[in-house]
Design a protein. Sequence first.
Length: 451
Amino acid sequence: MIMKKKNDCPKSRAMTEEFLDYFPVAHSNMRIKVSAQNYRMFIDHGEGARLYDVDGNEYIDYCISYGPTALGAVHPELSEALVDLIRTQPTSSFFFSEDDIKLGKLIRKNVPNADRIKMAMTGTEAVQVAIRIARAYTGKKMILKFAECFHGWIDNVFGGDYDPSPSGMPVMTVKEDDHSWCPGLSEIAREETLVIPFNDFDILEDTFKNYGHLIAICHFEAVPINGYSIQPKPGFIEKIRELCTKYNVVMSMDEVLTGFRVGPGGAQELFGVKPDLATFGKMFAGGVASAFVAGVDEVMRVLPEQNVLSAGTFNGWPLAQRAAATAIDILTRNDGQLYKDMYAKQEKIMDGIVDLADKYGFKVRITENPGCFYTIFGVEGGRKPVYTFDEIADKSEAQNARFRTLMENNGVLILPENRWLMCFVLTDEDVQWTLEAAEEAMKQMVEEGLA
Ligand SMILES: Cc1ncc(COP(=O)(O)O)c(C=O)c1O
């Protein structure tokens, strides 16, 4: 039974007007786009994977705040644990509690490289902490990153194209037509960063050979989930590992999206490659803001030994520690059954969409990892990995945008570029309604001449 929107969201529209008077942009600029419409979506309440807006419309949520709320809304056990803390403890202090110990144990048990941990508040901050640790460890300065990956909004890693300068050094550039360009960015900060394309073995090797003596850290998403989930070519992550070791560069995996999503041990477990450092954020704390850097002892020891600083009033604050300890426990108990259930549902949705696309005459390509996938209309191939943006250059902007809008009208929220982030508490009924909404959307696209 599909949940057609009952109305055109008059309350959300009116509240958007008032909101914009106080807050001229959204709290996070990226969040502006979450509603497929041009107003902000005001939510009244939620339960599990369902959200209810102030106009009485019901949605199944595959946006999950860009990752954190993977245990859905008002998870009974998590909510209870947080309420218990609020009732009995101060929420911000510089003292410590048993939750710290519980969390440390859980992270170390699940994340292969987590000999030691440093808490932070957001993924953006964790990335900057990793950079600082790597510089202290190597005594070098430069950052190496890949154009397809995202690592937060600080100038030294925000966006960036591969653009070798006349000297051949691929110093980070952000062109004015890049979606990460904005006034106010520091060009000086970019001078410390090299940007190269993901999955290009030759450029990777050349960059290490020519500039390895300058590079402190190679920071990357093992799967650029922020870049259409293109997959690492076989051997690419292993090659990064080999070169980092050879040139004394700290290998740092950005697990802000993959961490606890693609599996309890993140991408490092999925691909079986152990990075020196890894940055985590988003879903491990069940929707409460928190982040951390995990690392092998050999590198993390610079924290105490060299007194590498990362202050932060809210680093490891009690509510986050309680939320994280509870969320990781929920996610990983019963031998990770929640992951198996989530992935079975994801497969059903992905297969269902491929079948529907066949039925209604659409080309669709699905790029996927456990917990996340994109439905890219206009590119054929179904569930087949993609390794470069060129392979999806023919995607149909019109079909993709229309599909997303129609899904929202049919009660299913997905992210821009038709990215789906899986919630771990979806029900079978949610899955069925999702596929019914997709069928309705495709039917309408055919009627509108968009097939
Ligand atoms: C891979 C990755 N790294 C870092 C960040 C930055 O995290 P935050 O938004 O919590 O600062 C993000 C955010 O989307 C991300 O996806």
